[in-house]
Every structure is written in C-alpha cells, then in structure tokens.
Design a protein around this ligand. Structure first.
Ligand code: ZN
Length: 138
C-alpha cells in the first residue's frame, strides 16, 4: 500500500459540514460527487497533502445511514492507495482479511474501491482504492 489516500467522515448534513470543514481548513471543498449506487453524496477537502472525504447518505439503506444510526457522525473509514487492487485483494484474502466486495466497484473520485470488514481490522473500516486508468473498462 502506498499511502493514506483519504479519510472518510460520515456526516448527517453535508451542506452544514461543508461549511464547518471550510472554516476548519480555511478553504472550501473542491468537489462534490454523488455515488448513486452507494447511496452517498460526497465532498472532498484538501489540507496540505491530505484529503478528507465527507459522506452523507442519500437514502436510508445506505451504509452511511446505518453507520450514523449505530455510531453517530465521525470517522467512517481510512482509505489507502494501491497500484493493483486485484493483486491486493488476492494477497489480503490469503492473509485472512475479509473483503466486503470481492469485485472492486467504482467509488467517488474516479477510483476503484474495495472495503475490508472491520471485524478483521481491529474495528477500522479500511478502503483500498486505485486510480481508474483510461484504458480500464469496468
Ligand atoms: Zn473513501
């Protein structure tokens, strides 16, 4: 794994949180993106070299809605950048990690993503993400 790509924070009200984090970082979000298949609306902030993703549920079945119901707002996942997500899935499964979606799916920010089950990662939801290259068909 290369580096932490971003930290995902679950929020109830994206508009309010966008203002809050803009005040915190002294700069507004640089993009908003809805991932319809995941039932989330996301916004992205930069703080120096670091990236923060805010996630708000767009329907009650969304994993973000369930997270907030159970745990309230807060850090939802940590995302690591990988070069070859398919190779990482094979490697991590061999190591005994439970991959939540065996086939990488298209997430926000032009990435292929998979999640590792928190029960195998000390309670932390880990996202692996890889840039989608133009030549790749999903
Ligand atoms: Zn993420």
């Amino acid at each position: 794994m290369d580096k932490i790509e971003h930290i995902g924070i679950a929020v109830k009200d994206l508009e309010k949180s966008n203002q809050l984090f803009a005040s915190l970082f002294g700069a507004p979000h640089y993009k908003i993106e809805e991932v319809v298949s995941e039932g989330v609306k996301t916004s992205f902030f930069k703080s120096g070299p670091n990236k923060i993703e805010l996630l708000q549920a767009t329907n009650p079945e969304s994993s973000i809605a369930k997270f907030i119901e159970k745990k309230s707002e807060g850090i939802h996942h940590i995302a690591f950048l990988v070069q070859d997500i398919f190779a990482e899935i094979v490697r991590l499964k061999k190591e005994g990690f439970v991959v939540l979606n065996e086939t990488p799916k298209k997430g926000a920010d032009n990435k292929l993503v998979v999640f590792l089950h928190p029960k195998t990662t000390n309670g932390v939801l880990i996202e692996l993400c890889q840039e989608i290259h133009i030549s790749q068909k999903i």
